[in-house]
Design a protein around this ligand. Sequence first.
Ligand SMILES: Cc1cc2nc3c(=O)[nH]c(=O)nc-3n(C[C@H](O)[C@H](O)[C@H](O)COP(=O)(O)OP(=O)(O)OC[C@H]3O[C@@H](n4cnc5c(N)ncnc54)[C@H](O)[C@@H]3O)c2cc1C
Length: 379
Amino acid sequence: MRIVILGGGFGGLNSALWLGEKLQDSHHEVILISDKPEFLFRPSLIWVPFGSRKIDDISFPLSSTLEKAGVQFILNKVEQIFPKDKKVVLQDQTTLDFDFLVIATSGFPDYESIDGLKGNTSSIYHREDSLKTKERIESLKSGEPIVIGISQGNPGPSIAYEFLFEMDAFLKQNKIESLITFFTYEEELLDLSAEKASKRLEKHMEEKEILYYCNVTLEKVDEEKIYLSNGKSIPYSFSLILPMYRGADYIFNSNHIEHENGLIIVNHHLQSIKWDNIYAVGDAILIKDMPMLKNGRAAELEGHIAAKNIYSQLQGEPPKEEYQDSLLGLMELGTDGGMFMVKYPTSKLASSFFEWASDGAIPHLMKIAYEKYYMWKLS
Ligand SMILES: Cc1cc2nc3c(=O)[nH]c(=O)nc-3n(C[C@H](O)[C@H](O)[C@H](O)COP(=O)(O)OP(=O)(O)OC[C@H]3O[C@@H](n4cnc5c(N)ncnc54)[C@H](O)[C@@H]3O)c2cc1C
């Protein structure tokens, strides 16, 4: 049997390594296809615009890691999938047959979902945008108003909080006097996280005198102002706004795969709701009855679940592993160190949770240590 994994990030690489090691001495074949030759530790993109990390510090080549695990690597871009014929078409027009498929090509910021947002916001989602944002930040001058925000439907809000606090620290270090305004669609600051985290964030915002609005939607953006549902129109010279996600372009070119805005709809086993040999993991997915925070840890867990379920199917058994949402997060707080957040369901129905948050220098050091450990473990 041939298992093909699309995407060499958190979800795809972890699926591939698990299956590669498990199936090393078998007649099964594991192939990973990615459009980039490296794995990129995207959580550390938060530091790239402020000069404390270079892209080379937070990436490593996929080929040697995959080779050690017995996984074949193909550097190419996926253009289309044919679920019924079990084929993947690549950019160079070659096709590849599969028996099982794991889609792990992530979600992409859907800037077109908000009127005027495209072209009027900076981004730190990928390597190229982080480097472009770095150039823009290096030219910031006192008096330029800054808006940082999270628009409705964004599934990874902590990225905006980290950027906000790093920006505040950068302005202070460089003696740039600019007003920052923050907004979010969340009812309270980071409200899908631990309850204590919201309270601590409120305290940090007040101490840093950052003006913020919760529970607002972003109505439109033009070259000078952003317009919120509470009637405020806020002038900006620099903005970083997180939108909802959409799936990779090739999903829109592929027929017969159930998706919403390109995000693959899966069940709790992470199987496509239409095809039981197609799995999807990470930022690329949607589970209809489960509100999920998208992050690297979730993508890694999901990558392992999909791999284990495929392994069960190879043994002639049904998939057994199910995904349950939980949070174990480390977030930067600029001059105040970092924050460690935990939110774990205490019942299978996720009706009650164990919640905890702590901030200061130790979570910041833990975040750095985790980056180093992850890079060492996988490279
Ligand atoms: C600034 C920032 C800070 C973050 N901070 C944290 C954090 O502190 N903690 C945390 O857990 N998460 C954090 N995240 C989120 C985390 O990085 C993502 O949730 C995670 O990368 C999603 O994993 P994935 O496997 O779905 O996608 P990715 O890791 O993005 O991998 C997608 C892969 O698919 C490949 N690909 C895409 N399209 C194609 C195609 N058409 N053909 C072939 N290959 C393709 C890409 O090259 C890539 O290899 C942060 C993200 C950002 C941007």
